[in-house]
Design a protein around this ligand. Structure first.
Ligand SMILES: [Zn+2]
Length: 343
């Protein structure tokens, strides 16, 4: 509490970007067809191992290390501030335990993310090397055969899986290497299972940006649940994107909170509208609506007992709005807004 550097997303993102650039530069031989063709294959594999090891260290440093500790501490402060908006919650004490619990929760969330990125790159690059070596073994020729076929054209010397030296024309080696890159991606690209590619830097940049929003919500969920608060409200700032449908929406912080609510008959009788509320997780998994990249919406604790009459009256319960999948989204959102808020 207060002993760490404040978290500045731009500074942290720039630092991480610099580290990733250095790691990619250090592994640039892996993008060099000549190196991969002529170098000792064990050495090449070691370079890939070193590269993904460095990526792992750099990404872990950000997503689970000190920057994450600063971010969780800062998000917790915002959550405390949110809670103090409700005097009925009493004195909101700040505890070391909360800070540690939140950091643990963040590490559980982002550790797998880092492993996912690193494993994806390692797997696709390993396949790329293996396939390339396999092609080399069949394409490269013993010296005599090579000379017979290609004459005096210069060759690159490669050592096949059996340890025999063979020759290959640089043009052929380059073309094959490029074909492998098209299939498996370069080493600075995250290749998804469906075949789509994402440049590592862009991917990580976007993750860094969305992390600050996600961790803020995580702070609300962890700290709110820890204090027995079940519900929260989506912030409102008159956005014109699809989030408009969710502004002011009441949600349960967790699945557990909703189960607890539904199991309590007196609570259900008092707040019947809440029966249809979604959980934060449900809202987040519905990626087309809210909390998409660049979304500025977040959740703020909103205990049940603060509910206003319109939230409690079952007559006012509405079906969740359908977001149009095509067409002029902004225009439709505005119309929806006019309808709903009589602007
Ligand atoms: Zn939004």
């Amino acid at each position: 509490m207060g002993r760490r550097q404040p978290y500045h997303i731009e500074t942290e993102a720039a630092l991480l970007r610099k580290r990733l650039d250095a790691a990619i530069r250090a592994a640039s031989d892996l993008e060099d067809a000549r190196y991969v063709t002529t170098q000792n294959r064990m050495q090449t594999r070691r370079l890939l191992q070193e590269y993904t090891g460095t990526l792992d260290a750099d990404l872990s440093e950000f997503f689970t290390g000190d920057p994450m500790a600063s971010l969780t501490a800062q998000s917790l402060q915002t959550t405390y501030k949110d809670m103090r908006e409700w005097p009925t919650l009493g004195k909101v004490a700040e505890t070391q335990v909360s800070e540690e619990r939140l950091l643990r929760a963040a590490r559980r969330e982002y550790g797998p993310l880092v492993r996912g990125i690193v494993d994806t790159i390692h797997t696709s690059q390993n396949r790329r090397l293996n396939s390339y070596f396999l092609q080399l073994d069949t394409m490269a020729l013993p010296e005599q055969l090579y000379k017979k076929r290609f004459g005096q054209i210069p060759s690159w010397i490669t050592t096949d899986a059996e340890g025999n030296q063979k020759h290959i024309a640089p043009k052929n080696a380059n073309a094959t290497f490029e074909a492998m890159s098209r299939t498996y991606g370069r080493n600075d690209v995250v290749v998804y299972r469906d075949g789509t590619n994402y440049p590592l830097r862009t991917y990580v940049d976007q993750k860094v940006i969305s992390t600050s929003r996600e961790v803020q919500d995580l702070a609300t969920i962890v700290e709110g649940s820890g204090r027995g608060i079940m519900t929260a409200r989506v912030t409102s700032h008159g956005s014109a994107d699809s989030c408009i449908y969710h502004e002011g929406e009441m949600i349960f912080l967790t699945e557990g909170a909703r189960s607890q609510f539904l199991a309590d008959r007196s609570l259900v009788e008092k707040y019947p509208a809440a029966k249809t509320w979604r959980t934060y997780g449900e809202l987040q998994r519905d990626k087309t609506h809210i909390f998409v990249f660049g979304c500025k919406h977040r959740i703020k604790v909103y205990p049940l007992h603060l509910l206003e009459p319109e939230d409690v009256d079952p007559e006012r319960v509405e079906e969740p709005a359908k977001v149009p999948t095509s067409g002029n989204l902004e225009k439709q959102a505005l119309e929806f807004r006019k309808e709903k808020f009589a602007l």
